[in-house]
Design a protein around this ligand. Structure first.
Ligand SMILES: [Zn+2]
Ligand SMILES: [Zn+2]
Length: 185
């Protein structure tokens, strides 16, 4: 069922998107240059794909998107680029236990709240900031208890809820229905 990942978190290089020209990846590209790295085509393309993605992508997925328009760029180059961007803190690497790493653009580290819902089927990430009052209150309490208990001054937090997104739940339901109806025959 893992091939739903091919669609869900998948981003595309837009046909008209000239590398270096799209505003969406300016920030990431700026990050690469600020760290004294040379902007190469593979770095630009990997940055573009990750910026446009709705969630975590594997090296293979990034490669297959880039290959559609830039077939000369190999998987090994994509791997090397990701290792570099990870070392530079430009992307975040996460292991969901499927035997390969997935990558996402690093969040603004100065923000006070990072709240996300992560789908474990398609690796889509839903970031939300429309907190309900109960949630604010809960985290305020948790932070104050933790800071007393550990003598730790908490500046910010990252909250990730892992589960199954509405699209994948719908798919799962349909698959279950298909299975049970074919079982009747
Ligand atoms: Zn928060
Ligand atoms: Zn999903």
């Amino acid at each position: 069922m893992r091939d739903s990942a091919e669609k869900g978190a998948r981003a595309r290089l837009k046909p008209g998107m000239k590398h270096g020209g799209s505003p969406c990846c300016m920030e990431l590209e700026g990050g690469i240059r600020n760290r004294g790295l040379r902007m190469t085509l593979p770095r630009q393309l990997v940055a573009q794909v990750l910026e446009a993605a709705e969630g975590y992508l594997s090296a293979e997925e990034i490669y297959s998107i880039i290959r559609e328009e830039y077939p000369a760029i190999g998987l090994a180059t994509v791997y090397r680029t990701l290792v570099l961007l990870d070392e530079m803190g430009i992307v975040n690497r996460y292991n969901f236990g499927e035997g390969r790493a997935r990558y996402i653009v690093t969040e603004d580290q100065t923000a006070e709240h990072h709240h996300q819902l992560v789908c474990e089927r398609c690796y889509k990430v839903i970031k939300y900031s429309d907190f309900i009052e109960d949630e604010r209150e809960l985290y305020r309490k948790v932070e104050s208890v933790l800071s007393v208990k550990h003598g730790f001054k908490i500046n910010r937090h990252i909250v990730q809820f892992h589960g199954i997104c509405p699209d994948c739940r719908k798919k799962e339901k349909q698959e279950n229905e298909n299975e049970s109806s074919s079982g009747d025959i």
